[in-house]
Design a binder for this molecule. Sequence first.
Ligand code: FES
Length: 273
Amino acid sequence: MKDIEVEIKRNEKISADFYKLSFFWDKSFGEPVAGNFCEIKVNNLTAPTLRRPFAFSGFDAQTQTAEIIYQKRGTATNILAAKQSMKTTIENSEPFVVQFEDDVISEKIKILAPIGNSFYYDSKISDKKRIFAVAGGVGLGPILFAAKTAPLPTEVIAGFRTEDFVPNDEIFAGIRTTLCTDDGSAGFCGNVVEYLKTTNINSDDLIIACGPTPMLKALHDFASQKNIMCKISMEEMMACGVGACMGCVCETKYGNKRVCKEGPVFDSGEIVF
Ligand code: FES
């Protein structure tokens, strides 16, 4: 884990309130894997005081680029959404593209990463045949990363309220994806569990998931009825990100556990919902 200042490569809006932030990340800083997250200090001021946790949505060692997908919903993410790489500014400002392309000076952010475990930490998943990777809302980022690096054939099932919240197609390139919307405006009409009930999913399969707690609980109930292994990434507010403040504990059958240290990925059967 490293605590460093990195250069923003790109910061773009990808749907009604989702953004994708790409930043320089050399694998010598610690190679992020699906499930890992980072803690970002969005500015150098005293407020917001705390860093904010964001799950990695991808990492490319060749281009030295890591990325997160985030939702603009509060002070920290409003500040983050306003950040631009200089290159983006120039690209959007013809005719300066050619003139200044080599003189890029990007904004920087302070990042502590990579933190946490992986969706694939449990050796028992090697017995499985397929992965159903389920995302709700901003849980899409880590689930896309998990699908891109999956050790088994994988289908992403991504749930949104309406089509307006579905990111552009580019983000799903090369990934088998089923969209679910509450109003049927894109893909399957209904939630992700309702969709899973229409598939032939069985105990040879693995469910991984990230999203709102009610969705994770519904998935756990569905998975346990069908005897399917289910790994979920928990979301909690995190202050330190290194296991020291106890601000991120979740209740499990084996006592309280720190999401930042023992998680964020847990067997869904462990969690007391
Ligand atoms: Fe401090 Fe997890 S964020 S212990």
